[in-house]
Design a protein around this ligand. Structure first.
Ligand code: F6P
Length: 341
């Protein structure tokens, strides 16, 4: 068999372990693997990278993706989907493994329905993909954010300040909730629940009244006062219709200082959360997903996505996995609230 692999959407730690897993197992069983460069663009333009034992040597611990990535949406150009299908044929592929988030896997779902032999692997630091308990990249992002919150604690405490930390999470508050709980945040704001400023002020004042002179507020980039008021860096949409989020932390910081009188500083973690070496958990999860994706190809189970359920790696139809987003389990938010104020 000749198997193609592509990585699409935002990069994330754990992509290289997936690629390595697929190539190693395919190679053991005598199959050829090629990489498509920069997501769907690689298949449209037939930009390839040979994936053999040499090219995957030493990549397990490396963040990002050796294939490169992009947010190219083939369905956005008139002949994009045709180009993808022609690329698949002309490169002599028997199967394609698409590693990506909601957008990349949304394209994979459509292509599968149009007859392409595709398998999906879920990736995103946001952890907002359905049908899988966790996506790889999330654990690393949470660890990075938690370490940053720990560091902010000591400087907040020394200066009697409120520290607002803006973390990623476009539609879901998984990173904010996990890093906030792990880092002992005094308030957490997530996209799933509209921001109630009065509650934030009351909670911080209550804490300061009981003698704590500093506070940590964690906010997801996608948190908003109401849905139509997302904070944007740019209004321009990408090919999947997404705006560039960012700025809610600064807006909150100003308001908190103004309304409570507590000196406030803001830190935006941004792409620091997405870069760098994957955690051990993400290396193992990525490797398990890679092996499962290869097995699905081998069994001819196309249109499926590898996923983690409990501690088992299983598969679900791509259509089911991409039907809706997995927002934060609000039970976790209730738990986090125990520590507010
Ligand atoms: O989809 C993951 C994510 O990290 C979001 O949380 C964030 O909004 C987005 O990617 C930013 O991606 P980029 O800057 O690469 O467009």
């Amino acid at each position: 068999m000749k198997i193609g692999i592509l990585t699409g959407g935002g990069d994330c730690p754990g992509l290289n372990p997936v690629i390595r897993g697929i190539v190693r197992k395919a190679n053991n069983e005598g199959h050829e693997v090629i990489g498509l460069r920069h997501g769907w663009r690689g298949l449209m333009e037939k930009e390839i990278l040979l994936l053999d034992l040499n090219s995957i040597s030493g990549i397990l611990h490396k963040g990002g993706t050796i294939l490169g990535t992009s947010r190219t949406n083939p369905y956005k150009s008139e002949d994009g989907a045709e180009k993808v299908k022609n690329g698949f044929k002309e490169l002599g592929l028997d199967a394609l493994i698409a590693i990506g988030g909601e957008d990349t896997l949304g394209v994979a779902t459509k292509l599968y329905k149009e007859g392409v032999n595709v398998i999906g692997v879920p990736k995103t630091i946001d952890n907002d993909l359905c049908s899988t308990d966790f996506t790889f990249g999330f654990d690393t992002a949470v660890n990075v954010a938690t370490e940053c919150i720990d560091r902010l604690h000591t400087t907040a405490e020394s200066h009697d300040r409120v520290m607002v930390v803006e973390v990623m999470g476009r539609h879901a508050g998984w990173i904010a909730a996990y890093s906030g709980i792990a880092g002992g945040a005094d308030y957490i704001l997530i996209p799933e629940i509209p921001i109630n400023l009065e509650e934030v002020y009351t909670s911080l004042k209550k804490r300061h009244k009981r003698g704590k002179n500093f506070s940590i507020v964690v906010v997801s980039e996608g948190a908003a006062f109401d849905e139509s008021e997302l904070c944007l860096q740019e209004k321009e949409l990408d090919q999947f219709g997404h705006v560039r989020l960012g700025g809610i932390g600064n807006m909150l910081g100003k308001l908190i200082e103004e309304k409570t009188g507590f000196e406030t500083r803001v830190t935006v973690l941004g792409h620091i959360q997405r870069g760098g070496t994957p955690s051990a958990f993400d290396r193992v999860l990525g490797t398990r997903f890679g092996i499962k994706a290869y097995d699905l190809v081998n069994e001819g189970k196309f249109g499926q996505m590898a996923c983690l359920q409990g501690n088992e790696i299983v598969s679900v139809p791509l259509e089911e996995a991409t039907a809706e987003l997995k927002t934060l389990d609000l039970k976790l938010y209730e738990l986090a609230k125990t520590f507010f104020g």
